[in-house]
Ligand binder design. Structure first.
Ligand code: MN
Length: 215
């Protein structure tokens, strides 16, 4: 008899836990749907943004031996953000566009015209001044990282994570091992100043630094 009562109570408890989890899942799904239905996420504009970046980068290749199309990089950066639960459309579009002004003929005005001022501002924050020599630009990235907005910091964290994983995968044509090591050291100095913005991205970066004995 006692056993039967215990069994019934356990079943009721398990049912209760299951129901609570189910309602949490339902709440999360409802939040995501609300974002999409509320048009805080516009799939047409998002796809237009990917198309825009693909056209702008169409003649560019990454520096790996396979000459991977450049557009793989910005799309990959946006994907890393979604994996880290960043679903703010402006941040994702800024990730897709983050190298267009620095590396193609795109202007900030063009970005604002098509994708709005908020996206323009994030892209501007993550764009280096190409009139300055490369070493100075790299130092400025370290120095200015702390002053960036939360949105720009997210894009920068994902950008560095993507590049480090790419460097881990293969060494760019013309690079030495020392140059790759130096890139990791520099990237860590930048991302140290971007911390406190996304645990998943920061933990993934730490995994890369641990492999290189930088932490
Ligand atoms: Mn980039």
């Amino acid at each position: 008899m006692k056993f039967a009562i215990c069994l019934i109570v356990s079943c009721l408890c398990i049912n209760q836990i299951y129901a609570e989890n189910q309602s949490k899942v339902a709440e999360t799904m409802a939040d995501l749907n609300k974002n999409i239905v509320n048009k805080t996420f516009d799939p047409i504009l998002y796809t237009k943004c990917i198309d825009f970046a693909a056209q702008k980068h169409r003649d560019q290749r990454r520096k790996d031996a396979e000459k991977t199309p450049y557009i793989n990089h910005p799309i990959g950066v946006a994907y890393l953000l979604t994996e880290a639960n960043v679903i703010d459309q402006n941040v994702l579009m800024a990730a897709i566009l983050h190298d267009t002004v620095e590396d193609t003929d795109t202007s900030f005005d063009e970005i604002e015209k098509h994708f709005g001022k908020a996206v323009r501002d994030i892209v501007a924050e993550v764009t280096d001044d190409r009139s300055k020599p490369q070493q100075e630009r790299k130092q400025l990235q370290v120095k200015n990282a702390k002053t960036k907005s939360h949105e720009a910091k997210l894009v920068k964290l994902a950008d560095k994570l993507y590049n480090l994983r790419d460097l881990e995968r293969c060494i760019p044509v013309g690079w030495t091992e020392e140059r790759r090591d130096a890139y990791f050291v520099w990237a860590k100095k930048v991302t140290d100043n971007l911390r406190g913005n996304n645990n998943q991205l920061e933990n993934a970066l730490d995994d890369m630094y641990k492999k290189r004995n930088l932490i």
